[in-house]
Design a protein around this ligand. Structure first.
Ligand code: EPZ
Length: 422
């Protein structure tokens, strides 16, 4: 397995270009199932999860080609309505093919994603919504089998706001007969990006970005060319990197309206963040003067759970104590044990982390456990004294495009070692 070797303590400078958003690309790729023809998606990041979703679609019979950051998906030859366990177990977002397949073909067989490192992550709300739209849902041998002659519009109340649940149901409703209202819908920018693309395909959707989304089903959708939004979590991650290393960097291709809560919270720690067109000028406070801050993860527009691990890494070197409450997932503190190996003082009780800042972190061999946990280890390693070896960085490759190149270009001392001990 590949490893990253980082020697911390360097001040960074220069510019970093943010890639397209992984969590916008994945539902958009699934949405191509809804219509025949060739869809062209631009600003697609080169990530493992994108390759996996491409495999899922190719396994269904789609034609896929990649040119630079452009993905061409042709669904004229779709014939297999199944997302197999071998692929779904590596990427739970494959469940996003369920709604589009039932909507287009009247049937779908998708492996239950199973749990993952950060929590049980059930899909009961996805299934509840499809049932409300008339799908017959059965579970057999670990697969969800959904059937419906034609989905019909329904009012669906999600008692928890679910990002991929909202996306699955919005895609299913786009071709249903009649009107669907999704109440307590997720408001994430990636949901809105999907809705914008669906409208361009001919769907009739209003309210995306709010908690009530209305979809008037249509009979047919058409393929489009579409450019996806930048990755707000990668943006936030680079802000924490500048913050913990006392650096002055320019983060290009970022949408401030997507990271407002992240920026507001990180300013509390003393990081200066100013907009410069579609870029952000980020200046970290001098080493040793980072301030503590308390945070509670919330659905958008609150502080995102996908930034919680990076926030803990940052505040592990603050001059004081920070309180972090993870309210979305039940087991999203696996980075804490690894950060403590680097000298961080963090205690967890229930879903609350108490981070007592230390003056210095020490490089150590550590292990990535999930995508954002691995990002937090990179953040900490860039400020730690000495060398850190991060193992199992396939987790990182799922959501960060060429992160070692981007950090090296900023002057960071980071290199990837291929293969190596298992
Ligand atoms: C999306 O996951 C993101 N993934 C996650 O990003 C992100 O952490 C999460 O939203 C929260 O923002 C993609 O968009 C591909 P949820 P998702 O459904 O949709 C509960 C990353 O790091 N729930 O919004 O799976 C669930 O258990 C990844 O890029 C149900 O109970 O998350 C959780 O507690 C990690 N039943 C809460 O809702 C359901 O049917 C929010 O989950 C669905 C969800």
């Amino acid at each position: 397995m590949d490893r990253l070797i980082i020697t911390g303590g360097k001040r960074l400078s220069g510019e970093v270009q943010i890639s397209g958003a992984k969590n916008a690309a994945l539902p958009l790729m699934a949405s191509t199932i809804l219509c025949k023809g060739e869809t062209v998606l631009s600003n697609i990041p080169g990530l493992k999860d994108i390759m996996t979703m491409s495999e899922v679609l190719a396994n269904m019979g789609a034609g896929i080609s990649v040119e630079g950051g452009c993905l061409r998906i042709n669904t004229d030859t779709l014939m297999n309505k199944e997302a197999p366990y071998e692929l779904v177990k590596t990427m739970r977002a494959s469940v996003l093919t369920l709604g589009p397949m039932v909507a287009r073909f009247g049937c779908a067989k998708v492996s239950l994603p199973g749990g993952c490192a950060i929590g049980a992550r059930p899909i009961n709300l996805h299934l509840m919504g499809l049932e409300k739209m008339g799908a017959k849902i059965t579970l057999s041998q670990g697969y969800v089998v959904a059937k419906a002659k034609r989905l019909k519009g329904a009012t669906i109340y999600c008692d928890i706001s679910t990002v991929t649940g909202t996306e699955n149901l919005m895609m299913a409703a786009a071709l249903a007969k009649g009107r669907t209202i999704i109440e307590n819908a997720a408001r994430e920018p990636e949901v809105e990006d999907l809705a914008n693309a669906l409208v361009k395909m001919g769907a009739k959707i209003s309210g995306a970005g709010s908690t009530v989304i209305e979809i008037e089903g249509v009979d047919e959708l058409r393929p489009i060319d579409y450019t996806i939004i930048p990755d707000r979590i990668e943006t936030g991650t680079f802000i924490t990197i500048a913050g913990i290393t006392g650096s002055n960097i320019l983060i290009k291709n970022s949408r401030y309206d997507h990271i407002a809560a992240i920026a507001e919270k990180l300013r509390e720690t003393g990081i200066i963040i100013t907009e410069e067109g579609d870029a952000l000028r980020v200046i970290g406070p001098p080493i040793g003067t980072l301030q503590p801050a308390d945070v509670r993860t919330m659905p958008f527009p609150g502080f995102p759970t996908d930034m919680q691990a990076q926030f803990i890494a940052l505040t592990s070197m603050a001059a004081g104590t920070s309180i972090v409450r993870e309210t979305i997932f039940e087991n999203r503190y696996m980075h804490v044990a690894e950060l403590k190996r680097m000298g961080a003082h963090i205690e967890i009780e229930d879903n609350i982390a108490t981070v007592r800042g230390v003056q210095r972190l020490l490089g150590a061999p550590v292990m990535a456990t999930d995508l954002r946990a691995s990002a937090s280890l990179v953040v900490a390693a860039l400020a730690a004294e000495g060398e850190t070896i991060i193992d199992r960085i396939y987790h990182l490759d799922r959501g960060y495009e060429k992160i070692e190149d981007k950090i090296s270009n900023l002057g960071g001392d980071i290199r990837r070692v291929k293969g190596g001990r298992t």
